[in-house]
Design a protein around this ligand. Structure first.
Ligand code: 0PR
Length: 387
């Protein structure tokens, strides 16, 4: 650090030099991201609540009430108004909290019956955050094979249930292909076998309910299924909230209680979140954008994203590319008959397109977030055809 400070102008000018190197969502070139431009109202509110700290909620009672309202609005959207949870940093932290709750529940109720390391089962398509959770929490991670529709294979799941199984994860909107696991079947099996079922709807949570409302035939995945104990849903993906805004929702309060740590000198005497000091700005901004958009606003957003998805998929097929499968949500994965995915990705990148390559199976993966417009797809198709 320098001895004397810079002027405000110098600080801002220098920052602009750094910022110039960043890609911008508005360029339409960011094709492999699940984040997008936050809604202007959410940005404004975020700045207004920058100093609020929900790590000491008694000092910020208004912001705490906003967090509670966000949780109950999301619960209502996902089949159960009276849910319990927190607005946190994103899907990774939400998944970590869910696995921690499942582990603590089992340790509290049947610790002695466990015969070895507690195990969690996730489909092979699950987000890598479960690897982090397993590592942090000392759990064994069993990855379950997918069926030919890229969903968790139920037979393989049942064969892998053991005395040490403490939780299973179903994904509603997989990271690579946007697929929805057979959650209603998982829910039945988990109820019968008394296994904790967590649904990772980090991506699909702000899409599936709205698409269903406007007539899309998509499967049930939320608290309307009795066996679902917790859900991850990320406002900083299709919810248009600023980063970091993620949410964890639990069916029962006890799942938060089993994670409580005593915090005797704070305004709240126990804390179940992983972070101590944590921003209230995410809660306020998520509350604002949800109130502003309403269900109609999100339904329009989801419907437009699906239209662009369809537009890209049709154009790719017309141009002779192969789709991995027909898109269920706003993600298209495809391959060229002429070159492997990583080679095509490199060529696209050389022309300024930021695409990602999925691993299972290898394919170019495009996420049609709200910053991708029809004109960007037309330009993208031109580049593809030139390559
Ligand atoms: N669960 C699912 C189903 C996800 O897709 C993701 C992230 C997470 C959990 C973890 O969420 P956080 O990243 O909020 O902790 N999915 C994207 C991914 O890893 C996130 C992302 C977003 C990646 C923007 C790149 C990017 O540019 O691919």
């Amino acid at each position: 650090m320098d001895k004397t400070g810079l002027s405000k102008r110098q600080v801002f000018e220098t920052l602009q030099e750094f910022k110039k190197k960043d890609l911008k969502y508005s360029s339409g070139k960011i094709l492999g991201s699940m984040c997008t431009c936050a809604h202007p109202i959410a940005k404004e509110v975020y700045c207004d609540f920058l100093e609020s700290n929900l790590g000491d909620p008694g000092l910020f009672k208004g912001t705490k009430a906003l967090e509670n309202e966000v949780i109950s609005m999301l619960g209502e959207l996902l089949g159960k108004k009276d849910v319990y949870g927190h607005v946190i940093t994103g899907g990774t932290e939400a998944n970590l909290m869910a696995m921690r709750a499942a582990r603590n529940m089992v340790q509290n109720t049947m610790g002695e019956e466990l015969n070895g390391t507690p195990e969690i089962m996730v489909p092979k398509s699950a987000h890598f955050s479960f690897k982090k959770a397993a590592d942090i929490l000392g759990l064994k991670l069993k990855e379950i094979e997918l069926n030919d529709e890229y969903r968790m294979d139920l037979n393989c799941f049942q064969e892998n249930i053991s005395k040490n199984t403490i939780a299973v994860v179903g994904v509603a909107g997989t990271t690579e292909l946007g697929k929805i696991d057979p959650i209603s079947e998982l829910s039945k099996i988990c109820l019968d076998s008394n296994i904790y079922l967590h649904v990772d709807a980090a991506f699909g949570g702000f899409l599936i309910p709205f698409l269903k409302e406007i007539g899309y035939k998509l499967p049930d995945f939320d608290f309307s299924l009795e066996g679902v104990s917790s859900i991850t849903i990320d406002p900083h993906k299709m919810g248009l909230a600023p980063i970091p805004s993620g949410c964890i929702l639990f069916r029962e309060k006890v799942y938060l209680d089993v994670m409580n740590i005593d915090t005797p000198y704070l305004t709240e005497k126990q804390q179940s979140t992983i972070a101590g000091t944590r921003t209230g700005a995410s809660s306020a901004a998520t509350w604002a954008v949800m109130k502003y958009m309403g269900r109609e606003g999100y339904a329009k957003l989801a419907s437009r994203a699906m239209e662009i998805t369809d537009f890209l998929a049709r154009n790719l097929v017309k141009a002779g590319f192969e789709l991995v499968s027909s898109p269920e949500l706003n993600i298209v994965a495809f391959n060229s008959k002429q070159m492997p995915a990583h080679e095509l990705a490199e060529k696209l990148e050389a022309q300024g397109w930021a695409v990602s390559v999925s691993s299972c199976p290898p394919a170019i993966r495009v996420v049609l977030m709200p910053h991708i417009k029809r004109e960007h797809i037309i330009e993208f198709m031109d580049t593809l055809e030139n390559i």
